[in-house]
Design a protein around this ligand. Structure first.
Ligand code: T5A
Ligand code: NA
Length: 210
């Protein structure tokens, strides 16, 4: 880190929540919003199914392959690590990243299976810390009603209840809990304000953390 590093950087904004909580809908609306304001912004998602690791994850999620719980956990983490340096470059060169799921999903879903919290968190150490985490809060029962689950591995009400509990102990100072049961447009407006404030803070030189 050099002393002349005062140029503005992009913000790392993460959306988290249960399956069907509305992350993808809101991520793409945020992208459109920030682009409209003239910001440099990209939409990312984890798992990133386009890489070799991501294809193994995708095959597991669609029940085409089976993996030990620890193994799939490490693959999800590896899938974030393989994008880490590109993520840093983008942020440092002024591009804001809207990221649909991140480390919190990794920890919440694996600890919901019974793996230890500390073990689950360990491989995430050293990844970039989000500037803002938007947690789309919805009851598992309500999420399940939204068009039904698509049949992927974790899309079962009983399991989603456990995931919701596991998310509750992961909150940190970067989190904003957003009521995700309201109309899409109401949530969208709230997220726009929160994200704009965060983008401005990063432009003014808020440091990027691990
Ligand atoms: N996983 C992921 C891990 O176990 N470890 C990890 O490290 C990571 C990164 C993949 C799975 O992998 C797990 C978590 C997941 O189980 P995914 O590909 O991101 O996750 O898939 P989902 O999160 O399940 O994505 P979904 O598409 O199901 O949910 P979204 O994105 O939260 O919801 P969205 O926006 O697609 O909306 C779902 C439906 O609800 C409607 C939408 O129109 C859509 O039909 N909707 C609303 N309806 C009413 N009111 C609103 N406010 C609404 N918002 C959206
Ligand atoms: Na999604």
């Amino acid at each position: 880190v050099s002393g002349c590093n005062s140029e503005s950087r992009g913000a790392l904004v993460v959306l988290e929540g249960l399956d069907r909580s509305g992350k993808t809908s809101q991520s793409s609306r945020l992208l459109t919003y920030l682009e409209g304001l003239g910001h440099s912004v990209e939409l990312w998602r984890f798992p990133d199914r386009s890489t070799n690791v991501g294809q193994m994850i995708s095959s597991y999620l669609s029940n085409k392959s089976q993996l030990d719980d620890h193994t799939i956990h490490l693959l999800f983490s590896a899938n974030r690590w393989e994008k880490r340096s590109l993520m840093e470059t983008k942020l440092k060169t002024g591009t804001t990243l809207i990221v649909d799921r991140y480390s919190y999903s990794g920890v919440a879903f694996s600890s919901a299976k019974g793996l230890g919290d500390e073990w689950c968190k360990a491989p995430e150490i050293g990844l970039l810390a989000p500037d803002l985490v938007l947690y789309l809060d919805i009851q598992p029962e309500k999420a399940a009603e939204r068009g039904g689950y698509g049949g992927e591995k974790y899309e079962q009400l009983e399991f989603q209840r456990k995931v919701a509990q596991c998310y509750q102990v992961l909150h940190d100072a970067s989190w904003m809990i957003v009521d995700a049961c309201r109309p899409i447009e109401d949530i969208e407006k709230q997220l726009q304000e929160l994200v704009l404030e965060c983008v401005m803070a990063c432009q003014k030189g808020k440091p990027l953390a691990n």
